[in-house]
Design a protein around this ligand. Structure first.
Ligand code: GLU
Length: 292
């Protein structure tokens, strides 16, 4: 807090952004675009970009991918403050947030398999997955306890109907195409995701829960992410309200597509940054190719 000559109090405000890759494969040009967009946005805003490693998926996350991410970003000429936050170190914080939601009585155990859900679902969520049909929403408490006691695979879901009845309509601010554009107010539509999974056995969190808890813990002011994550922002805005956390500004950038118009991905054989580097690409070649 600063006292200005006119006697007006001014709050110093440093924009904080983040690049949050999951270390379950090598970075490709899509990740490079997202990283360069984030660091450029931080520069335009006079702020800082953090690196956060989203390694909640213990089976798929590998330390060698974590190290390779840092090497690739450094090769691109990007740097970030240490220490780097790693989500695998933060399970107690996620558990605490999930318990805060439990106290609102909007979380319930679900024992459905993927096949059960696919068989009963009659609609899709924005990602095209079968919308949860609500099978376990009103499971009697004693039945749930019996199944938990015998160790059945469980997921904890958020009761979307109850949650949205608590929040009413929610809005958030979207900035784009550049982070210097004027914010546009948008309504969040979390109900289109149905009762999404908050925690599952073996992973006491989910992408949605951890991203919201960590964006708040790191005081992120601007979330820059690809357009493929635009719809899931609805869930994040809902969780921020329920957990009493600030909602940052959001900016959704374009996706880098392959020759067939598909989003780049490791599973579709998109070349890694490391393989481009080995083939003689320079960091400047990557920047030029991606328009930076
Ligand atoms: N960890 C997510 C990913 O690698 C992105 C996180 C986010 O921008 O919210 O796709």
């Amino acid at each position: 807090m600063l006292e200005t000559p006119g006697g007006i109090l001014a709050v110093s405000f440093q924009p904080i952004l983040r690049f949050a890759p999951s270390p379950n494969g090598p970075l490709h040009l899509g990740h490079a675009y997202s990283a360069l967009f984030t660091w450029q946005a931080a520069t335009l805003l006079g702020g800082v970009a953090l690196l956060r490693i989203e390694d909640i998926d213990i089976d798929r996350s590998k330390p060698e991918f974590d190290a390779a991410i840092q090497a690739d970003l450094a090769w691109l000429g990007l740097d970030w403050p240490e220490p780097v936050m790693r989500q695998s170190q933060r399970f107690p914080a996620y558990e605490q947030a999930a318990n805060a939601l439990r106290r609102l009585d909007i979380v319930y155990p679900c024992f459905c398999s993927r096949a059960d859900i696919a068989a009963r679902s009659s609609a899709g969520d924005p990602d095209g997955a079968p919308l949860y049909p609500g099978t376990c929403r009103h499971l009697p408490a004693d039945e749930a306890e019996t199944r938990l006691a015998r160790g059945d695979a469980v997921q904890y879901r958020l009761d979307m109907g109850k949650a949205t009845a608590m929040t009413g309509s929610l809005t958030y601010s979207v900035i784009g195409p550049t982070v210097l554009d004027r914010p546009q107010i948008r309504y969040a539509r979390p109900e289109r995701w149905g009762d999404f999974v908050l925690q599952r056995k073996g992973t006491p969190t989910s992408y949605h829960l951890s991203v919201v808890v960590d964006d708040a813990a790191q005081h992120i002011t601007h979330v820059t992410r690809g357009r493929d994550m635009e719809a899931s922002t609805d869930i994040h805005v809902l969780l921020q309200f329920l957990l009493n956390l600030d909602t940052p500004y959001y900016s959704f950038h374009r996706l880098i597509l392959d020759a067939e118009g598909r989003k780049l991905s490791k599973s579709k054989g998109s070349p890694s940054l490391a393989s481009l580097r080995d083939a003689g690409w320079t960091p400047q070649d990557v920047r030029t190719y991606l328009g930076f």
